[in-house]
Design a binder for this molecule. Structure first.
Ligand SMILES: [Cu+2]
Length: 101
């Protein structure tokens, strides 16, 4: 129930005129969802559910959560249009992407 309500809220928010916040969970050494599409000016909140520390760091340096310990989250603003590949700097095989339009 909690997840479906959050999904409904997110779907509503992304169609609105105001900046929306998107959520990415880091769990099982993966970003979930690994690919998100946002509008320029939206924010993304990354939350680490793993015991291991992670970061979400854009290859183009347009955003960086810094190091997130278990249970920590960080919100970044996506301020540039385009495709932003990102990865965890601690585990560089963990990759995701943000498409900003
Ligand atoms: Cu990591």
């Amino acid at each position: 129930m909690r997840i479906s309500l959050a999904a409904a809220a997110l779907a509503f928010a992304t169609t609105g005129a105001f900046a929306a916040d998107h959520a990415v969970e880091i769990k099982g050494m993966k970003f979930n969802p690994a690919a998100v599409t946002v509008k320029v000016g939206d924010t993304i909140t990354f939350t680490n559910a793993d015991a291991a520390p992670h970061t979400a760091t854009a290859d183009d340096k347009s955003f960086d959560t810094g190091r997130l310990s278990k249970g920590q989250s960080a919100t970044v603003t996506i301020s540039a249009a385009g495709d932003h590949a990102y990865k965890c700097l601690i585990h560089t095989m963990m990759k995701g992407s943000v498409k900003a339009e």
